[in-house]
Design a protein around this ligand. Sequence first.
Ligand SMILES: Cc1ncc(C[n+]2csc(CCOP(=O)(O)OP(=O)(O)O)c2C)c(N)n1
Ligand SMILES: [Mg+2]
Length: 356
Amino acid sequence: MAAKKGSATKGSAPPQLATKPSDPIAPPVALPPEGTDAAHLMQLYRRMQTIRRVEEECARGYAQGKIGGFLHLYIGQESVGVGAIAALGPDDYAVTTYRDHGIAIAKGIPAREVVAELFGKVTGCSKGLGGSMHLFDVPRGMLGGYGIVGGHVPLAVGTAFASKYRGDGRVTLCFFGDGAVSIGAFHEAMSLAALWKLPCVFLCENNGYSMGTPLHRTLSVEDISLKAIGYGMARDRFFARDVLEVEARVRAAIDRARETSEPTLIEIRTYRFRGHSMSDPGKYRTPEEIEAQKKLDPLSRAREQLGLSGRSEEDLAKLDAEIEDEVMDAVRFADESPEPGPELLAPTTYAGEFAR
Ligand SMILES: Cc1ncc(C[n+]2csc(CCOP(=O)(O)OP(=O)(O)O)c2C)c(N)n1
Ligand SMILES: [Mg+2]
């Protein structure tokens, strides 16, 4: 029977689950929490700023035709990857989506190898054969870089299963977007991770949009963290305003995964300042919305916190100059590197030299 408009089929008002995707009021910059090591905050700032500058240069390289295919920038979301990976150990695994450049740099892949990969050069971390969406580095625990929305979540559960089976003490941190939580593979992965108690942390980077579609058009319940309840899993949910807060809250989940092999679903609300990819005309957001979000930029907040914790403008300018040198060196290195040749065809197709 067809439902009458506004009839009871819509149900009585649901419990207050939905929340608005943005929080446009800039909170005052707070001093970093007591006991924060300013040198540590400086490192986190360094990683965030490196990611931002690498990606700005990649956007330029894309416009110059140096990068083929798609390019999805992480600009605006850096505090999520940097804060979360700061809570991982060096042997732990990170698995992520196509928006992977920031995760790769945070996991320790040098800017040179990331830019060279994007430029399709043999010196890139995937030998120039993967490109922007397929950054990979097994020794550093960076297990991709995947283009299929949600498809990598079961792969992350597989690595967590392997760690538990081998007893190697590693934790897998799996990043995905808000679009992935409507995909079947996400739910199968959550279900098995909870059932088998696997050391996996599921981290949803909720940037409010799946391509040009806002959250309220894809989800009946906008609080993504609530999906953990159906699987009996621990959960957390917060805004990525402060990189130190991201680190501390993700650390709690990583510790739980390592100590008691219990998975957690964390929803971190964030915002991308650029389009979905370089070909996105971005007509679905107003300039006012983007400007309001830029006022909340966690990268600026970390810089201001460093000032409040005693770092002089001179110290910070010196650090920015070092980052600038590193990024421009990476671009030069990528420009000057050769392209992969046919000699890579056999060893990268069949198990052999590169199968580590
Ligand atoms: C299974 C699948 N369906 C559709 C696409 C096309 N697609 C690429 S990105 C994207 C949006 C995903 O949004 P979200 O998960 O929120 O991640 P974000 O891009 O916001 O980081 C879609 C639909 C795809 N890559 N894979
Ligand atoms: Mg999204």
